[in-house]
Design a protein around this ligand. Structure first.
Ligand code: GLN
Length: 242
C-alpha cells in the first residue's frame, strides 16, 4: 500500500448493513478520492478473515440474529482486535456498535460476548423500541457540527468509565439510558446508534476518520452544499411540530 492510499474495510456486508449503512463505505471512499487519495476498499463477508492491515474499518447495523452470528465470527477471527492494536480506526453503527462493547443481549435473550473494543455494555431495553429521527450535539473535543440521523433499536447501551459519549441528544434516544448520551468513542474506536446512513448525513465524521488515519489536522475543503442542504432539511423535518 502506498502512503497516498487508504485501505477501507467494510465488515460483514452479508450480516450487518441495515438502513443503508453501506452508504458509509461509499462516503468515506468518495471523500478520500476527492482529496486525491487512492482507496482500496475491501468488503469482507462473514466467511472471510478480517485483514489486519486496514486503516479504517466500518461496521453497520443488523437484526438480532445476524448480530449474534457476526459477534461470534468476529470473536473467533480476532482480526479486528489485532487491527485496533495496530492503530486502526473503527466506526460502527447500532448492532455493530453493540458488538464492539463487552457484551449485549442476543436474539435468544442470552448475553453474547462482544469484542471489548469499547467500554460499553448493552442490555435489552424494557421500554418501547427507540425509533425515529435523532439530533445530537457532538462531543466538543471532536469539534464537529450537530449530528443528524435515524435510530431503530431495542438495545440500550451503558457507558463505562473509559468510553466517552460521542454526542448528546437534543431529539431521540441515542444510547437509550435516559442520560441523554448518544454513541461512544475512545481513541480510534467509535460507535453510534445513527443510521441514515450516518456518514452521508454527517460527512464531517467521514472526514474525521480520514484525518485520523492520515494523522493530519485538516483536509482540503470539498463542495459540501448538497450535504449541508440535506442536513438543514433533516433538522427542519425533525424539529417540525406534528
Ligand atoms: N438488534 C439491535 C437492537 O435492536 C440492533 C438494531 C440495529 O442495528 N438497527 O438493539
Amino acid at each position: 500500500m502506498s502512503d497516498a492510499s487508504l485501505r477501507l474495510v467494510w465488515i460483514y456486508p452479508d450480516l450487518l448493513s441495515t438502513y443503508g449503512d453501506q452508504g458509509n463505505a461509499l462516503v468515506v471512499e468518495r471523500r478520500a478520492r476527492q482529496r486525491g487519495l487512492g482507496v482500496q476498499r475491501l468488503d469482507v463477508r462473514s466467511d472471510q478473515p478480517i485483514p489486519t492491515s486496514g486503516d479504517i474499518y466500518l461496521i453497520g447495523g443488523g437484526e438480532d440474529r445476524p448480530q449474534r452470528l457476526a459477534a461470534e465470527r468476529l470473536l473467533r477471527d480476532g482480526g479486528l482486535n489485532r487491527a485496533v492494536d495496530n492503530g486502526a480506526i473503527v466506526f460502527s453503527v447500532c448492532a455493530g456498535y453493540q458488538i464492539l462493547g463487552h457484551e449485549f443481549v442476543n436474539d435468544l435473550g442470552e448475553r453474547s460476548a462482544g469484542l471489548g473494543l469499547l467500554d460499553v455494555v448493552s442490555t435489552r431495553g424494557e421500554a418501547e423500541r427507540c425509533v425515529g429521527d435523532v439530533l445530537a450535539d457532538m462531543d466538543e473535543n471532536l469539534r464537529l457540527p450537530q449530528l443528524t440521523g435515524f435510530e431503530n433499536h431495542q438495545g440500550v447501551t451503558h457507558l463505562g468509565p473509559s468510553a466517552r459519549p460521542l454526542a448528546r441528544v437534543r431529539l431521540g434516544q441515542g444510547n437509550g439510558t435516559g442520560d441523554g448520551t448518544e454513541g461512544a468513542w475512545n481513541d480510534t474506536v467509535f460507535g453510534t446508534y445513527m443510521h441514515g446512513p450516518v456518514l452521508a448525513r454527517n460527512p464531517q465524521i467521514a472526514d474525521l476518520l480520514i484525518k485520523l488515519s492520515l494523522d493530519v489536522n485538516a483536509l482540503p475543503p470539498v463542495d459540501d452544499r448538497w450535504y449541508e442542504a440535506l442536513r438543514q432539511e433533516r433538522i427542519a423535518a425533525a424539529t417540525q411540530p406534528v
